[in-house]
Design a protein. Structure first.
Length: 245
């Protein structure tokens, strides 16, 4: 039976963020992409606890019309942090239109362009405002590769990458975040499906399997294992050749 001490982990994470900034930029700001979902909400709230609201900068990055952008504004207003809105649609369309006309662009290519443009945007703002970019991925998503390499999987530090979805939600509640942000159903902004519909299993099943190794359905286990193995490269440093000199 796995016992998660959310209060202890919350306090430890806040201290870890303080230590990161003490060692990697005492006067720097935390710059974070704000979607209005649980991960960006919890990561931003942890940074506010660690650094103070004046050192946390939120960046809202709709791609055209974002129907749930009110949730993102609710979060930055709740935390009282400085924020910017940058619509990335023109940049995304610019990249797509600049690609060679004889190149057959895959659906996955189209899916991954916006998160990579968003990360470029975050680093542009971060570099101009003495910042460090917050990675907001959680362990459950990373485990099965539900992230974009050099997109939302990038960043300078990662408060949540070793916490499952359920654990992130527990910490969000302890931080006093509005329930509608912590419990907001994650939806793919491109196809309109929920994360769980895209994955083919629930986060509850995945989280249990990650923490205990227990799972009831053999086919679901095989699917999770297949995704995990295929996406391990995303969790590792770039392989590099080391010459014998």
């Amino acid at each position: 039976m796995y016992n998660f001490n959310a209060e202890k982990v919350k306090k430890d994470c806040i201290e870890w963020i303080k230590s990161f900034f003490a060692e990697n930029g005492k006067d720097c700001n935390a710059v974070i992409g704000i979607s209005g979902g649980k991960d960006s909400s919890v990561a931003a709230a942890l940074c506010v606890e660690a650094l103070g609201a004046d050192r946390v900068i939120g960046v809202l990055m709709p791609c055209g019309v974002q129907h749930d952008i009110d949730a993102a504004y609710a979060l930055v207003n709740h935390l009282g942090i400085r924020h910017f809105e940058v619509n990335v649609k023109d940049a995304v369309e610019g990249i797509k239109s600049a690609l060679p006309k004889n190149l057959e662009i895959t659906a996955q290519t189209v899916t991954n362009i916006p998160p990579r443009i968003r990360m470029t945007t975050l680093y542009a703002i971060s570099q101009s405002l003495n910042g460090r970019v917050v990675n907001t991925c959680n362990l459950s998503e990373d485990w099965v590769g539900y992230s974009t390499r050099y997109g939302d999987a990038a960043g300078d530090f990662s408060p949540l990458c070793n916490l499952t979805v359920a654990e992130v939600k527990e910490i969000g509640s302890l931080l006093g975040l509005p329930e509608n942000l912590v419990e907001k159903t994650p939806i793919d902004g491109l196809c309109g499906k929920t994360d769980e519909e895209n994955l083919g299993f629930t986060y509850a099943v995945l989280d249990r399997y990650i923490r205990t190794g227990e799972i009831d359905d053999v086919k679901t286990k095989e699917l999770i294992d297949k995704k995990h193995k295929a996406n391990l490269f995303k969790l590792q440093l770039m392989p590099s050749f080391k010459p014998e000199i």
